[in-house]
Design a protein around this ligand. Sequence first.
Ligand SMILES: [Zn+2]
Ligand SMILES: [Zn+2]
Length: 307
Amino acid sequence: MSISVARPEERIDWIASVFLMMTFALSLTLVPFWIWYYGVTWLDVVQFVGFFILTGMSITFGYHRLFAHRAFKAPAPVRFLTLLFGAAAFENSALDWVSDHRRHHKHTDHDDDPYNISKGFFHAHIGWILLKPKERPPYDNSKDLLKDKLVMWQHKHWHLIGISFGFILPTLIGLALAIPMEKPLWQGAMAGFLFGGVLRVTCVQHCTFFINSLCHCIGKRPYDKKSSARDSGVMALFTFGEGYHNYHHSFQHDYRNGIRAWHFDPTKWMIWTLSKLGLASDLRRVENEKIAEVEERATALAEKESQ
Ligand SMILES: [Zn+2]
Ligand SMILES: [Zn+2]
């Protein structure tokens, strides 16, 4: 494992670094202390799981498959919701996230890949967020989003939206639920803040960071042996289905990452379900013959090279 060291063209992103370290440290100290002292109620679990799914899926469903890859279309209310709860995952605005992600696909494993795994696990997982280039690359790969009013509104206000939907909302829900639970109000509010806010944001972030780190280290490469991206059913469990990453890097516009019926891909299931309800349309998927052809070619190439 190599650890990134700031170079002259890089700077420490203090806001992101302090936020990441504080939420991580509180999750390892204050949260266990709270559980030991006050215990956990089923409402704490519901708050954690509910906000984990809402914010995590807003990244995989919204930021990733909808905005970055245009794998399907969705009406304004759906896009708006994913922008609100996507901000609450604290992984940047959709515009910045998409611009970085499109560069990741275009330059995978090379210098212009923002989370280039060949610079080491730490860099790909979190180091690239702590150390930013002094100048942000232009948004020339995201011109479609520059024209999207909702995306640009979120880009301008994403910190405020994130705090509102990622911390204040779970705190208020905890406060309101303290009344029927006959708990002191401050205790309900604090539990909402810790389980729906702090612990949840730490878990969502590291689960999605795994897509850039572990999903480029663990698993098989059925479609492209030269790319570091890998397919892993285990990683899919932690990433809302994004663990089939070799497939995704080979067919990035497919709305599915796990293409088999038994593949764990809740993001795919959500897109499909919303399409049946009229809340998603134009789902893009690669023909089975094309997928089989690419897989056969990759296997034949690997066999030839091993001889
Ligand atoms: Zn990748
Ligand atoms: Zn992608």
